[in-house]
Design a binder for this molecule. Structure first.
Ligand code: HEM
Ligand SMILES: *[C@@H]1O[C@H](CO)[C@@H](O)[C@H](O)[C@H]1NC(C)=O
Ligand SMILES: *[C@@H]1O[C@H](CO)[C@@H](O)[C@H](O)[C@H]1NC(C)=O
Length: 324
């Protein structure tokens, strides 16, 4: 009897510790009983949207990243403020797109399951579904996040890691959020899709150290190609980050970076650390044997950053507004 009791205590303790390690109350299937059709609804809309507008996959994946890195994955990236002082208002130049897709998904979800599913969870599901839709990996999304009530413009400007970040700043930025060096090199692989504005890397082409010089870590032939797309002073033109396959989620990012053709300093920086360099060499030479699996694992970890669960936060009715 005593030993049985001990067994139950152990099992209970086991669940408790396990629960924390799994991300403060998030779990796969959180809405299964109350909203069994949730994932079908989200996938249905996402799939339609990406068929019609494939370039929206990249900014929708990126939106979840920006949400998680500022105040945790709490939907704060979606809030609007009448005085234009929310995170979103830092984004005219940080260039997120696709907010209307989140609104469309939220409206459909509210219709089926009112007041139940957070906007933060919708961002996590949409990020997974757009990735899969463009032939990337599939992973099970942990759910149960609540939405935050605060969004501050300045936090987006100061908490997001700039494209000029060096390897130490990158590692630090990830580690301070519970993400590893491996997560850094794996999640940077999302730059295999999408576009960038010239302004995010023009300094590497024209004025790297303030002496009208170029970034020596960038392939000189690639610099010539990029200069054609981004003439001096051009802030607004866009370039594909992975030329020719920017609409397909594949492993070619690692080959590009290995060839010193990563677009940002933060991409090139992955050559300056043994672990990140080994990872990108391995994925590029072997054609990405573990990249898809790793990406799903790292996305799940990213989705746990600073989440609100249980009685914290709220379920927003409209993703752009707090409830009262
Ligand atoms: C490691 C630090 C990172 C830095 C410094 C960084 C920086 C940037 C910058 C500057 C852009 C281009 C913005 C523009 O000029 O339009 C961009 C685009 C993008 N980033 Fe990152 N990023 C990082 C990590 C991530 C992560 C973790 C993800 C996703 C999990 C991600 C997904 C994307 C995607 C998909 C795009 C293309 C967006 C589009 O096509 O509109 N990035 N990133
Ligand atoms: C974005 O805009 C803000 C305010 O307009 C400005 O201070 C900041 O330098 C801009 N950032 C970039 C990367 O252009
Ligand atoms: C290059 O950078 C230096 C130092 O920041 C600045 O004084 C100079 O005006 C820049 N040159 C151009 C062409 O923008």
């Amino acid at each position: 009897m005593a030993s049985l009791n001990f067994f139950f205590k152990l099992a209970f303790l086991g669940c408790f510790v396990f629960g924390i390690a799994k991300g403060q109350g998030l779990y796969v299937g959180y809405y299964k009983a109350k909203c069994p059709n949730l994932e079908n609804i989200v996938r249905g809309i996402t799939s339609q949207v990406i068929h019609r507008a494939p370039t929206l996959a990249a900014p929708l994946l990126r939106m979840h990243f920006h949400d998680c890195f500022v105040r945790g994955c709490d939907g704060s990236v979606l809030l609007e403020s009448p005085k234009k002082q929310a995170e979103k208002d830092a984004f005219p130049n940080l260039s997120l797109r696709g907010f209307e897709v989140i609104d469309q998904v939220k409206a459909a979800v509210e219709k089926a399951c009112p007041n139940l599913v957070s906007c933060a969870d919708i961002l996590a599901l949409v990020a997974r579904d757009v990735t899969f839709e463009i032939l990337g990996p599939y992973w099970d999304v942990e759910l149960g996040r609540k939405d935050g009530k605060v969004s501050i413009l300045n936090e987006a400007l100061t908490n997001l890691i700039p494209p000029s970040a060096n390897i130490n700043a990158l590692i630090q930025g990830f580690q301070s959020r519970g993400l590893s060096v491996k997560d850094l090199v794996v999640l940077s692989g999302s730059h295999t899709i999408g576009i960038s504005h010239c302004s995010s890397f023009a300094n590497r082409l024209y004025n790297f150290t303030g002496r009208n010089d170029v970034d020596p870590s960038l392939d000189p032939r690639y610099i010539l190609e990029l200069k054609k797309k981004c003439p001096p002073g051009d802030q607004n033109s866009i370039v594909e980050m992975d030329p020719g396959s920017s609409l397909k989620f594949d492993v070619s990012y690692y080959t590009l970076v290995s060839k010193r053709r990563g677009l940002f300093e933060s991409d090139a920086a992955l050559l300056n650390n043994q672990e990140t360099r080994d990872y990108l060499t391995y994925q590029s030479i072997r054609n990405g044997p573990t990249f898809f699996k790793d990406f799903g694992d790292s996305m799940v970890k990213m989705g746990r950053i600073g989440v609100l669960t249980g009685k914290a936060g709220e379920i927003r009715k409209i993703c752009t507004k707090v409830n009262y």
